[in-house]
Ligand binder design. Sequence first.
Ligand code: F6P
Length: 347
Amino acid sequence: MRIGILTGGGDCPGLNAVLRAVVRRADKYGFHVTGIRDGWKGLLEPDTYHLDAEAVSGILHLGGTILGTSRTNPFAKPENEKKLLENIKLLDLEVIMGVGGDDTLGVLNKLSGHGIKTIGIPKTIDNDLMGTDFTFGFYTAVDRVTAAIDNLHSTSEAHHRVMVVEIMGRHAGWITAFGGLAGGADLILVPEKKFKIEEVCESIKRRFAKGRKFFIIAASEGAKPDESEALITKTTKRDAFGNVMLGGIGEMLAEKIEEKTGFETRHVVLGHLQRGGSPSAYDRILGTRYGIKAADLVHEGKFGRMVALHGTEIVDIPLSEGVMAGGEKQYKLLDMAYMELAETFFA
Ligand code: F6P
């Protein structure tokens, strides 16, 4: 079997653990693995190399992806569809394995519709993919947020300041809720629940009145005030899949809070620090388990499938279930039970 593998979309700690596991398991089955550089771009303008055991040696602990990645959407131009299918033939690839989020898996799903043998491996720090309990990279991002909030405690306490921490997660508040819970944030704002700026200010005043003269807000980049339908952005730029680039909620909130409460307020945008660097032990293991399962699926001749974590088990589900529900693109939103839990600790 000749497998072509690519990593697409935003990078994510644990991608290299997946690649290593796929290649090492594939080796055992006698499969040939071709690494496709920079996501779908490397299939549109063929850029590939042989991924053997040597190529994946010493990468388990590394962040990023040795293959490189991009947000290239091969279906953005109709003529590219034909090119993509031709190149798969030309490169003699019998299976296309995609490690990615909703956009990459969505493309894979379309390729399945064209009769290509596909396997999907779910990846995103946002943990918003349907069909799987957790994606690798998520807990590493949560660790980064937790460490940042830990560090912000001393400076915001010393200055008696309000600190707004802007956290990634476009559609879902998983990273914000988990990072906020683990870091002991005094308020958590997520896209799943609109907030009222007045209530945010009241909560801050209550805590200060109790003598706790600092306040940390974990705010998801996709969180919205109740008067606004639109996401808060500083730019109108979109990527090839139509995703708008978020950012600005931290700054906006900090300004309003200082104006309405009179308390000195600062904001911090954690940004890509949440995605960079070495994966946590949990994500190395989850990525390894996903990679092994993906190679096993090829061995079993099961295609059009996505590997997934259900409870503690690694299973496989139809690829379409990872990205769609009822024929529409869907995201796995935050389980609001975590917010209820967090509210116990709010002022
Ligand atoms: O989807 C993962 C993610 O990290 C989001 O949390 C964030 O909004 C987005 O990617 C950032 O994208 P980019 O890397 O293109 O700036």
